[in-house]
Design a protein around this ligand. Structure first.
Ligand SMILES: NC(=O)c1ccc[n+]([C@@H]2O[C@H](COP(=O)([O-])OP(=O)(O)OC[C@H]3O[C@@H](n4cnc5c(N)ncnc54)[C@H](O)[C@@H]3O)[C@@H](O)[C@H]2O)c1
Length: 396
């Protein structure tokens, strides 16, 4: 396939945009189709709607080379050889997935699809969605090829991982598999083939596995902490030169737009019978409550001003989606006198104040995300810090 014409539906999102930029950098002619007028305008003007390391330079290059443009017009899909669908697939407030969300988004474009196109589904989907899409397209009389090729990058490292992670490819037959492989060979030759139903589960298992691992460590942390013991010291000792524990992550708020919701998608798929997943949810979502309870017992929060350092869902990110820092803020809103929040990267929350103001006005601090700026920061206040990034200032 020489210089394929690609349309990415959901192309200005956290996954669609890095993918579009990466494909353009390898010579594809890319159109990012998105319903967000704000995001499409920003990207067209050369600005990233969110932080992604290394993406700005590559976006500038792609725009300058004329290989990337944006549109809100679904008719754009008609010009593509390959249509990639990567819209968001959240669970609702009752933790139910919406299997129809991806077929619905694609349906808006179907009047403009053409026979012979390759449709690559890339969102993390509820199992069975690939088959739903195949059926919907067949019912509309479209002779297109469908592949499900899940995205496995982590936000912040997308511009490296898109070229280095193995790409899972799935489709109904070898011909479509080969076609999808040829498309992804723009990014990597390291591909692995599965059936679509296997690939749908592979992606959910990937995220649920990470969620479970974090939950195990978070529970260890809470056990040690509630007994007055320093989990950091214990962990350091148990992993040292001990290969069988080398993959143990550190404790921390396990949040963000993927791990929790994909664990819940998997639970829903198994008739809500995923004991480990639900237990992991209780542990990970319970960590903020544990931290505040311990802090309250130690320093007494009533009437105090508490400062939260870091509102993004993880270090180095500006993404606040499903961030547990906001759960900390809610709990502290009930228990403390007032709450001040700060973050060096987040630009979407007008309620944030500067780090200087938090350090000046707060009586107590809680680390919500272990951003680089907080590493080794010496503070005068008592604090709660799951990651162990802050230092206590020596008393004068
Ligand atoms: N964020 C991650 O780190 C990550 C990693 C791997 C996989 N995923 C999966 O990728 C998918 C996308 O996630 P995301 O974080 O990029 O979401 P996002 O919300 O950042 O991006 C989705 C984009 O789709 C657009 N959109 C929504 N409906 C549309 C429609 N009908 N037509 C065109 N555009 C539409 C939105 O405006 C938005 O820009 C999800 O299934 C997610 O689980 C995410």
């Amino acid at each position: 396939m020489s210089t394929p014409r690609v349309v990415v539906i959901g192309g200005c999102g956290h996954v669609g945009l890095p993918l579009g930029i990466a494909l353009a950098s390898r010579g594809a002619d890319v159109v990012l189709h998105d319903i967000s007028e704000e995001a499409t305008a920003m990207v067209a003007a050369g600005r990233l709607p969110f932080q992604e390391e290394g993406a700005q330079v590559m976006l500038d290059e792609a725009l300058a080379a004329g290989r990337l443009r944006t549109t809100t017009d679904p008719r754009a899909v008609g010009d593509a050889d390959v249509v990639v669908v990567v819209i968001g697939t959240p669970v609702d407030e009752h933790l139910n997935p919406d299997p129809a969300s991806l077929p619905r988004a694609l349906a808006a474009c179907t009047p403009h699809l053409r026979d012979g196109q390759l449709i690559v589904l890339r969102s993390t989907v509820y199992p069975g969605v690939t088959a739903m899409v195949e059926q919907m397209l067949a019912e509309r009389g479209l002779a297109v090829d469908v592949a499900f090729c899940p995205e496995r990058i982590a936000e912040g490292t997308a511009m490296r991982e898109l070229f280095s992670l193995p790409q899972i490819i799935s489709a109904r037959n070898d011909r479509v598999m080969a076609r999808a492989e040829e498309f992804f060979s723009l990014l990597t030759d390291n591909t692995v083939r599965l059936e679509p139903e296997e690939a749908e589960l592979a992606k959910l298992f990937t995220n649920a596995w990470r969620y479970l691992k974090f939950a195990a460590v978070n529970q260890f942390y809470m056990i040690a902490d509630s007994k007055g013991l320093d989990f950091g010291r214990i962990q350091e000792a148990l992993v040292r030169d001990y290969p069988r524990a080398a993959d143990m992550p550190g404790p921390g708020y396990t949040a963000g737009p993927c791990l929790f919701k994909d664990t819940m998608q998997l639970a829903a798929f198994n008739d809500n019978n995923f004991q480990l997943g639900h237990a992991a949810m209780l542990v990970n979502e319970g960590l903020p409550l544990h931290v505040i309870k311990q802090l309250d017992a130690r320093v007494g929060l009533a009437g105090k001003t508490v400062g939260i350092l870091g509102m993004a869902f993880k270090a180095g990110s500006d993404d606040t989606r499903s961030s547990l820092s906001y759960k900390l803020k809610r709990i502290l809103g009930f228990q403390a006198g007032s709450v001040l929040c700060t973050d060096p990267y987040v630009t979407t929350d007008p309620g944030l104040v500067s780090l200087e103001q938090v350090l000046a006005d707060a009586d107590v601090l809680v680390v919500g995300a272990p951003h680089e700026a907080y590493r080794g920061l010496a503070v005068r206040q008592p604090f709660a810090d799951v990651w162990g990034v802050l230092k206590q200032e020596a008393p004068a």
